[in-house]
Design a protein around this ligand. Structure first.
Ligand code: DGL
Length: 267
């Protein structure tokens, strides 16, 4: 089907998922929305995140999307069910694929999960991981300072090293062998996080598995774009379009020329 896939996040984090979708599904058109005016979501209540997510879904539907990817763990944890009731297109979130990938990765059944406060508080990773295997031990940690560090582009910086060291310190005693980057902003800090955890811990980025689930779902529902059609990538934000463009160009493989502002409160 020749219609775009809608992707959204609170800001730039979802670009890590968009990048993987572009890689695995190069023939698909995308409409990305980053809620840069209202980031972060991870410190906000379920009611607020649901309201924001509903507005974004309404906006994406005006762009005639054939599916929606919630490229935000916080919105996946708090708003997926609400969105499912509201929209008539299939939805893919990032948490289920991330949990599946972590369960497949671990050897010693000790998994760490890093996420925003709201994602960790929701307990969603524990729930999914225990549904897959009740013997898995899950050690979770909220890392509220990571999102502003990423939004500021401080991927490799002494401040980031200090913050990562502080958050991961308590996790060391649990001898985890896999660590889920349970917020779509965090893969951009994987260099610093990986150095802190060392070679014995595998970092799990749910983006790969999310793109894979999306592909399977599109295939199953016969929604894949026909070969040889025009491919467009459109970007929308609720604030700071210029900053977003330069950020997107540092993350994505293809050049982003334009980003449009959307008055998301009007939806
Ligand atoms: N990138 C989002 C996530 O995956 C949200 C981060 C935030 O806005 O706090 O949770």
């Amino acid at each position: 089907m020749n219609a775009p896939i809608g992707i959204f996040d609170s800001g730039v984090g979802g670009l890590t998922v968009a990048k993987e979708i572009m890689r695995q599904l190069p023939g698909e058109s995308l409409v990305y929305f980053g809620d840069t005016a209202r980031v972060p979501y991870g410190t906000k209540s379920k009611a607020t995140v649901c309201k924001y997510s509903r507005q974004i879904a309404r906006f994406l539907q005006t762009r005639k999307v054939k599916a929606i990817v919630i490229a935000c763990n916080t919105a996946s944890a708090l708003a997926r069910e609400e969105l499912e009731e509201m929209v008539d297109v299939p939805i893919v979130d990032v948490v289920r694929p991330g949990a599946k990938m972590a369960a497949e990765t671990t050897r010693n059944k000790k998994i760490g999960v890093l996420g925003t406060r709201s994602t960790i508080k929701s307990g969603i990773y524990e729930r999914y991981l225990h549904q897959i295997d009740a013997e898995i031990t899950v050690v979770s940690k909220a890392c509220p300072l990571f999102v502003p560090l990423v939004e500021e582009g401080l991927f490799e910086d002494r401040i980031t090293e200090d913050v990562v060291g502080r958050y991961l310190h308590d996790m060391k005693e649990y001898e985890i062998d896999s660590l889920v980057l349970g917020c779509t902003h965090y893969p951009l800090l994987r260099g610093v996080i990986g150095r802190e955890t060392g070679d014995g811990v595998r970092l799990v980025n749910p983006a790969y598995e999310t793109a894979k689930s999306l592909k399977e779902m599109l295939k199953e529902k016969e929604l894949l774009a026909p070969a040889g059609g025009e491919v467009t990538h459109d970007f929308f934000v609720s604030d700071g379009a210029d900053e977003f463009i330069s950020f997107a160009n540092s993350v994505l493989p293809r050049r982003v020329e334009n980003t449009s502002l959307v008055d998301i409160e009007a939806y």
